[in-house]
Design a protein around this ligand. Sequence first.
Ligand code: ATP
Ligand code: MG
Length: 403
Amino acid sequence: MREIILAKYGEMALKGANRITFEDALLRNIRFRLKHIGKFSYAKAQSTIYIIPETESDEEAGELLAAAMPRLKKIFGIAALARAITCEKDFADISARAVPYLHDALTAAKTFKVEAKRADKAFPMKSPQICAELGGILLEAYPHLTVNVTEPDVTVTVEIRDTNAYVHAAREKGAGGLPVGTAGNAMLLLSGGIDSPVAAYMMAKRGLRISAIHFASPPYTSERALMKVQTLVEKLTPWCGSIAFYVVPFTEIQEVLEKNCPEEFFTILMRRLMMEIAQRISERDSCAAIITGESLGQVASQTIGALACTDAVAHMPVLRPLIGMDKTEIVEIARKIDTFETSILPYEDCCTVFTPRHPKLRPRLDEVEQIQAEVDFAPLVEKAIEGTTKKIYAQHVSESQTF
Ligand code: ATP
Ligand code: MG
């Protein structure tokens, strides 16, 4: 009998027809994330996906599961994960397998308890009896242990399910959220900063498939600055799955802006033009919303007035998941998703190159529109869209290279 992984998705968002869509998307995402590790087969039952390594060797199976676990922890829609041993639905088989299987976990522990989950009510023993009898057998096999039901070092769980029983010692928290793809597609405005990668993570967690668009202004922004943004895209793929990444040549628009518009309006006009281009690319890419990393009041261009001026050109929802968050909270997530160290690399962004000394804190929409109307940006916007490049990032490169 083989060791497998139980990936549990709980009961949320699982009403009616939704459930099938949710399960199919989750299974598709799991297959996609594990395909470079090795061969697995999959089954689903009772709010759980069973991930089964396809190999005859126990040792190889263990290696496959160890490699799969960190990837699975980044897949949205999984609430909890456990490596478990498969047993016959027979108490003698359960206890015979549990003793050697739990060796490492129980030798390292001082206290333990047994929990039983009896999804199959036809199983002849009731849960308290399973706990008491297996507890006794484990105490005999590992006499250094004592039982502690309130705060045990290890909780041994026995699950009696449809076709088999499963025993596991460690339940780990999953990434939570909803499977990527179940909420549709959205276009992230991705700078090289700390905030926008975090915004991608947060919206992917709610089930959006993410495309990303970056505005580059060579030679004001360097090749290395672009490489940094590419690295951020790579680092997002373990959470977001594949990402279509667009790079828009923005130099000419910025130069025309600088030459023709009052300096204090640079940022706001730039944002409006970015929004316009991002929406045009979104339509081609079937994205139904825009995501930004803006947080209220963080900088001059992120006041309510400034946001209103950008939203005025938007005809799709603009999602700003960080709007109410402090920088420290954002940094905490950036560290967790491993984008922080890349984000703080000191390369220039097109926004920083053209930052006005005194940006308008309370821009009035009519005034902004009037200034923008004085320059014919339409042909420049068309040109920027024509010059946009697209590349798909499918897996976190350095991670897949290790296998
Ligand atoms: P970030 O840390 O994401 O760069 P920030 O706090 O530096 O954000 P700004 O530079 O004002 O804030 O950018 C606000 C938002 O505008 C960013 O979160 C991002 O969504 C978008 N943005 C800024 N610069 C670019 C760019 N060069 N390409 C694409 N989107 C951008
Ligand atoms: Mg920035």
